[in-house]
Design a protein around this ligand. Structure first.
Ligand SMILES: [Zn+2]
Length: 252
């Protein structure tokens, strides 16, 4: 049983302010490693024999590698293809979610609304769709309360570990560190057992990926960047894709 874990930073335990995420401060990165290690430990507790980890926030470089559980392997390019189930650690809710810590989808500056086949998704949804395209079920997420609620609303009764609650958008009230780690570890262990019963989250192809930007110039930029993009409105751009090879295929 091989588990693929992707991490983000906003939903990590102990990370309680916008500033801690924006500055990438040492404490936030230490907590990232603590939550990641809790999930790795839980995966092995639950019967996994291999665990890949991918540093997913802001293009990577957030891991403090010397703190990573040595049993975990940094995910190589095609790790998802070799995996049996997928977790997200440190998740945040999609753009436009109330009472959610740092809700956004990709860019809080330029992206207003993101949809796949007309349905709104955030970054956890993208990960589930990406994993599902390779036949891998998405079975567990940790993050703030709103991120966990979003995941259950989209994917049903999979495992979630809520480690904090938003107080407005830019602050969070966090569980004590040890309690958050214990929740993540226990949830991860149970999630391994779900791998055989939760189906991969598959969406219909051809798939329409659409983004409503905040301003027309962001839509201009997207049109210049993506040769296959179509302008569907002053601020909206879409692409039609027929297969998913990498996470970038789900972007605009
Ligand atoms: Zn992030």
């Amino acid at each position: 049983m091989t588990i693929f874990i992707e991490t983000d930073l906003e939903g990590i335990s102990g990370v309680s302010s916008l500033d801690m995420v924006a500055s990438g401060e040492r404490y936030a990165r230490e907590r990232l490693m603590a939550d990641t290690n809790a999930a790795v430990a839980g995966a092995f507790d639950g019967g996994a024999d291999r665990v890949f980890v991918l540093d997913g926030h802001g293009g990577g470089r957030n891991f403090l590698i010397d703190m990573l559980d040595p049993r975990a392997e940094i995910a190589p390019m095609d790790a998802i293809r070799e995996s049996d189930a997928c977790f997200e650690i440190g998740a945040h809710a999609m753009a436009g979610t109330q009472n959610a810590f740092l809700d956004h989808t990709q860019s809080s500056v330029s992206w207003h609304d993101y949809r796949i086949n007309g349905r709104r998704y955030g970054e956890t949804g993208q990960l589930a769709v990406f994993a599902g395209a390779f036949g891998v079920p998405f079975v567990m997420a940790s993050g703030d309360f709103a991120a966990c609620a979003e995941v259950r609303a989209l994917f049903g009764n999979i495992e979630t570990a809520s480690v904090k609650t938003a107080v407005g958008r830019n602050r969070a009230a966090c569980l004590p560190e040890e309690e958050a780690e214990r929740l993540i570890r226990e949830s991860a262990a149970r999630a391994v057992k779900l791998a055989g019963s939760v189906p991969p989250f598959r969406v219909l192809f051809p798939m329409e990926i659409s983004v409503e930007f905040n301003r027309t110039d962001y839509a201009d930029d997207a049109m210049a960047r993506r040769p296959d993009a179509e302008r569907t409105g002053p601020r909206t751009v879409r692409r039609i894709i027929r297969e998913i090879r990498s996470h970038d295929d789900l972007m605009i």
